[in-house]
Design a protein around this ligand. Structure first.
Ligand code: NAD
Length: 497
């Protein structure tokens, strides 16, 4: 099986490919600004049809009534078909998202494919939990046998809405656990990255997922609004910005939908005075991963004042050595931002940084040697005020804010002085002290001396505190998020033998 972008001109609704009435949208290669294809834009008609089919498939279809093992087998077929498309999907991650080829392969394809297998394995092991049986004499001279089970049942129709930065990964991390637990799914991807979602639909069709179990409606905010307000949808799982998360929580509230939110971050990277500076700088450089377009990246560096000058010097040297350019070129170490609007956002926060009196160490400009593509120089600011917009807002670009501290408590207070709480990082030669700090940081994941980190094993629960979200993805927690718990008890009295 292979695919051609020009053939992905229809949305996948109720097991059919449907060409929407609206004009298609051009999708751009962020590195060249060239159009890579025209994507269908789903509107009310297509979204309504997808939701109706998902409702029907859930209420009357076989999918929720199959055993986890049967669903797991079907989804493994889907996984195997995706594996055959590895080259095409990796290529698409370069074209559609501007990911460096190495990241496209390891982070955007291999990792989610590995994690999905693990999810299917875990989900196939789901069993009802028995309550202890009773078998006791009753006052009528009979015996009463009683017992029960705790069942995990699917929630119903799931609306999945995803962002652009890791599109294939984030589609998989929602669609597979939702389907595995017996739900039906309507996926609405980012309008910047529609093709990586339509490929999933092609594969679902190929393996014969029952009609309506999985639909993909590409489009923008309007399609998302329809999905999050329709009373036939039971749960919304959303990954994206905190502002959209707030909007979606409001949109879903009127019909009391279950809402699962994975939102932004402004994660603190704490470097204690005793840290291995080379290691701390290497891990701190992750603020540039995928041109800063990662939710967990360390975008605020809190550095002990005794080592801050040296740290900033080393960090700046490494940042200056990055090579911007074609994501296909193996020597490139920094690709583009997704769109002009995202580059404008980076420029806005650079201006805010300068206005607030922060010291620009390097970057802050469009690279003059790359006139095409949404490139932006990796940027280091020192002496940033934690109250400034540069330190408080998510840039989602290659811009880092460095600030100093004198005591552990001050570092913890600075780390927690943020509306976000997605990740945190601590570097220290004193593991016990670092552990104490990690416990005090209000974030969903904290990693010491690079342990775990953005590239680590993702199967532990993933998610955020505060404005970074509600709920957890990955592994068992990620599966449970798509289930309701039912306590089912029974009793029967029979004459004593
Ligand atoms: P975004 O919030 O702009 O858009 C995300 C999705 O929401 C898109 O599909 C968009 O069309 C849709 N949408 C927008 N308005 C909507 C509305 N009112 N109702 C329904 N749907 C709507 O996010 P983005 O710019 O695509 O992605 C970047 C953001 O995603 C960053 O904030 C980043 O931190 C976050 N993110 C979080 C995680 C995580 O796991 N916590 C992972 C990746 C990205």
């Amino acid at each position: 099986m292979s695919f051609a972008l020009k053939e992905l001109d229809s949305v996948y609704v109720a097991g059919e490919w449907v060409k929407p009435k609206s004009d298609p949208d051009p999708v751009f290669n962020p590195a060249t600004e060239e159009v890579i294809g025209l994507a269908p834009v789903g509107g009310r008609v297509e979204m309504e049809a997808a939701i109706a089919a998902a409702r029907e498939a859930f209420d009357k279809g076989v999918w929720p009534r199959m055993s986890p093992q049967e669903r797991g087998a079907k989804l493994r077929e889907m996984h195997a078909e995706l594996a055959k498309l590895e080259n095409e999907i990796v290529e698409l991650m370069v074209l559609e998202v501007g990911a460096l080829r190495s990241l496209a392969k390891a982070g955007q394809f291999d990792k989610p494919m590995r994690d999905t297998l693990h999810t299917l394995e875990l989900g196939s092991r789901y069993r009802d939990t028995p309550l202890p049986p009773g078998n006791t004499p009753n006052p009528l001279g009979q015996r009463t046998f009683s017992g029960g089970v705790i069942r995990r049942e699917p929630i119903g129709v799931v609306g999945a809405i995803t962002p652009y930065n890791f599109p294939f990964l984030l589609n998989l991390v929602k669609v597979f656990p939702a389907l595995m637990t017996g739900n039906t799914v309507v996926l609405k991807p980012s309008p910047f990255t529609p093709f990586s979602a339509l490929i999933l639909a092609q594969v679902a069709e190929k393996v014969g997922l029952p009609r309506g179990v999985f639909s993909v409606v590409t489009g923008g905010k309007e399609a998302g609004e329809l999905l999050t307000t329709d009373p036939r949808v039971d749960l919304i799982t959303f990954t994206g910005s905190d502002a959209t998360g707030v909007a979606i929580a409001k949109q879903g509230a009127a019909t009391l939908k279950r809402i699962h939110l994975e939102l932004g971050g402004k994660s603190a990277h704490i470097v204690r005075g005793d840290a291995n500076l080379a290691e701390a700088v290497t891990n701190g450089m992750r603020f540039t991963t995928h041109c800063g377009q990662g939710c967990v990246l360390p975008s605020r560096h809190l550095v002990h004042n005794s080592v801050r000058a040296r740290y900033v010097e080393l960090l700046t040297e490494k940042v200056k050595a990055l090579k911007l350019g074609d994501p296909n070129d193996p020597s490139t170490t920094l690709g583009p931002l997704i769109r002009e609007s995202q580059r404008g956002r980076a420029e806005h926060f650079v201006a805010e940084g300068l206005k607030s009196g922060a010291k620009l160490m390097t970057g802050g400009q469009r690279p003059s040697h790359l006139p095409k593509g949404y490139f932006f120089e990796p940027t280091v600011f020192d002496n940033v005020d934690n109250a400034s917009p540069l330190a408080q807002e998510e840039v989602f670009g290659p811009v880092v804010a460095v600030m100093g501290f004198d005591t552990d408590q001050e570092a913890i207070d600075l780390a927690n002085d943020s509306r976000f709480g997605l990740a945190g990082y601590v570097h220290s030669a004193d593991l016990a002290a670092a552990y104490e700090m990690a416990c005090a940081i209000r974030a969903g994941g904290v990693h010491i001396n690079g342990g775990g980190g953005p590239d680590g094993n993702s199967m532990p629960p993933f998610g955020g505190y505060k404005y970074s979200g509600m709920g957890r993805e990955n592994g068992e927690e990620g599966l449970n998020a798509f289930t309701e718990l039912k306590t089912l008890t029974f009793r029967q009295s029979t004459p004593s033998a």
